[in-house]
Every structure is written in C-alpha cells, then in structure tokens.
Design a protein around this ligand. Structure first.
Ligand SMILES: C[S@@+](CC[C@H](N)C(=O)[O-])C[C@H]1O[C@@H](n2cnc3c(N)ncnc32)[C@H](O)[C@@H]1O
Length: 335
C-alpha cells in the first residue's frame, strides 16, 4: 500500500478573499511588478485553481500542439526511455499540473519506487494526484505544494530508491529567461543528486523554434481560452489582493518575438485608467501593457548547450516527425 503525504509550505497556502493588505509573496510580487517602468507579473501566478483548470482546457485545444505532441513522443519512445532510466527510481515532477503525462512514464518504468510531484497550484495538484495514489499502490507518493524557483525543502530521498529522476514536461522551462532557466537547471541538479545515488537525471520537454504562424495560432486560439487564462490573472488579483481591475478594459495580446525566440504574452490597457489594489493606485496609459508570460523556443543544440552549462550531460533526445517539440534525457554525474 502506498503513502500519499502532502507537504505545504506556509507561503503557498491558499489565500482567502481579503480586504486588507496581506504580505503574501504573490502580493509583494504583483505590487513590485506594477510599480516597474515596464509593468510585468511572473507567469507562475497564472496558476490558482481556476488558472490551472483553464490551462487543462488549453492543452486540449486543436491549435495547442505542445501537449499532444509531447504525449506522442513519450508514448512512442517509452520503452527506450524506461530502459535508460531503469528500475527503483523516485520520479520528481516539476510543475506537475494535472499529473497526466507522468502516467506514461510510471507505466513504462520497471518498478518505480516513488513519485514526488511539485506544483505552485497546491489544491489543484492534490486533487489531480489522488487517483494516482489509487492506481499505483506500490509507488510512494509525496505531494509538494510549493514554488520551485524558491528554496524548497524536499522530503528525504526514499531509502528504497536507487536515485531521483526529474521529470519536467510541458516546456515550462520556456517560461524562464535563459539566465533563469540556467539557474533553475542548476537548482534542479542539486535537488536530484543525493549522496551515493547512481543514474540520476532529468527528462525534460522543450518546445522548438518553428514557423511563427503555428506559434501565433497556439497562443491566440479561436475559442479564446488562452485569453481567458491570461485575464484570469487580473481576476485573481481582484480576489486575493482586493483589486478593482475591470477585465473588459484589458485585451489579451500574444506575439512571437523572433530575435529572442520567444512568445510574449501581455494584457493591454484599452484606455487610460487607474486601478487600485490593497489601497495602492496604479495608472495605465491607453495601450500600456502588463507583460505576463514569456515562452522561449529552443533549437536542440541551443538547449543542449544550456543543459551542459548547468552541469548535465545531454545523453538522448526524441522529437516528433515535424520537429515541433523535443524531449531530452539529461544525465547527472553519479554522486
Ligand atoms: C505549462 S504548465 C505545464 C503543466 C504540465 N506539466 C504539462 O506538461 O502539461 C506549468 C505548470 O507548472 C506549474 N508552475 C509554474 N511555475 C511554478 C513554480 N515556480 N513552482 C511550482 N510550480 C510551478 C503550474 O502550476 C503548472 O501546473
């Protein structure tokens, strides 16, 4: 019988509706982001429970190729991936979301010992992981609700596991600038290595540079779900930080920036306006934007170079027939 433990750092617990200033990390980051000369809010704050549910809808959209493409790469190559990773590992998933792709991995691995999903969207993750606990009774499951860009103490490695293996699908790495991605990979390497462990590494999904028209369609879907996902950030601010954003006064705007190989997502003010949250006022000029997300695209070579700089050894890569998406096995030297 497996164990399902939930670890929830104080800063990440859900915040009830508030009418007063609450010094949460979310509040501090939103105020700092709106005070900046170029307004910006980190993409990780999209993911409250509603944002996570909207992201699941995005994954099912016809225009959103990454999810189905990565799933196909995983399914088509599951045997080879499992042979490389081997038996008795604890899978640590960064940004597990709906915890669906990991089933393909757990089903393929011989005798997986544990599963440790991490996500900033705690209640959503806890709900998503419950069926896995029933489906994989021999896998020790420990859920960590937290922010993997901050110091995040993980439970000790399982004694029955040979090593920890990271799983980071969905091209969430693309939400970081290249410098942030390097810092994340270095931090992930430190989290995955433990004294005497052998065979640790990271299986990571990375979106590839491609025809900008395909990218544009993926982030501007005809059903408007990505727009709703983007605007939900303002709704979250209204709810958790006592804001008065008028959602009808901001437009979703996403475009490909070819020189930086990234999609930028913004919320653009339709008119000059003032917004108040937690008794602080912020002015917007007509056309001024809040930069809400970057989604960097890599070439296989540029990603391998980044991984090497972070101390990994890029050992294998799988892609689809149209080279839309890539899955990399990054090995770590034995501890
Ligand atoms: C692009 S979605 C990918 C979800 C899923 N892994 C997939 O492949 O479909 C990003 C996921 O990472 C989580 N996330 C984003 N930033 C995070 C952070 N700093 N710490 C922990 N989780 C984060 C989000 O809540 C969300 O579930």
């Amino acid at each position: 019988m497996n164990t399902l433990a939930i670890l929830w750092p104080r800063e990440e617990r859900p915040v009830p509706q508030s009418t007063e200033w609450r010094p949460t990390r979310f509040g501090r980051d939103v105020h700092a982001g709106l005070r900046a000369a170029a307004k910006a809010i980190p993409a990780k704050y999209f993911y409250d429970s509603h944002g996570s549910a909207l992201f699941e809808q995005i994954c099912r959209l016809p225009e959103y190729y990454p999810t189905r493409t990565e799933r196909k790469i995983l399914r088509d190559n599951a045997r080879e991936i499992a042979a490389i990773i081997g038996a008795d590992v604890e899978v640590v998933e960064f940004g597990a979301g709906a915890a669906e792709k990991v089933r393909l991995l757990l089903d393929a691995l011989p005798r997986p010992a544990g599963y440790l999903p991490i996500d900033i969207s705690g209640p959503h993750l806890t709900e998503a992981v419950a069926p896995l606990a029933r489906h994989y009774p021999d896998v020790t499951i420990r859920v960590v609700a937290g922010d993997f860009t901050q110091a995040l103490p993980l439970p000790a490695p399982l004694p029955q596991a040979r090593c920890r293996v990271g799983f980071f699908p969905g091209s969430t790495i693309g939400n970081f600038t290249p410098d942030e991605a390097l810092a994340f990979l270095r931090n992930a390497a430190a989290m995955l290595r433990s004294e005497g462990s052998q065979g640790a590494g990271l299986l990571i999904g990375v979106d590839l540079v491609k025809d900008p028209a395909l990218l544009h369609a993926a982030y501007n879907d005809s059903a408007g779900v990505t727009a709703a996902f983007n605007l939900n950030l303002l709704q979250r601010i209204n709810r958790e930080l006592n804001g008065d954003f008028d959602l009808g006064a901001f437009d979703h705007y996403a475009f490909y920036q070819p020189t930086q190989h990234r999609i930028e997502m913004h919320l653009v003010s339709r008119r000059a306006q003032t917004v108040t949250l937690c008794n602080q006022r912020y002015s917007f000029a007509a056309g001024e934007s809040i930069h809400t997300e970057n989604s960097y695209k890599y070439t296989p070579a540029s990603f391998r170079q980044l991984a090497e700089k972070a101390g990994f050894r890029p050992a294998a890569m799988w892609t689809d027939d149209d080279s839309l998406f890539s899955l990399h096995w990054l090995a770590l030297p034995d501890a």
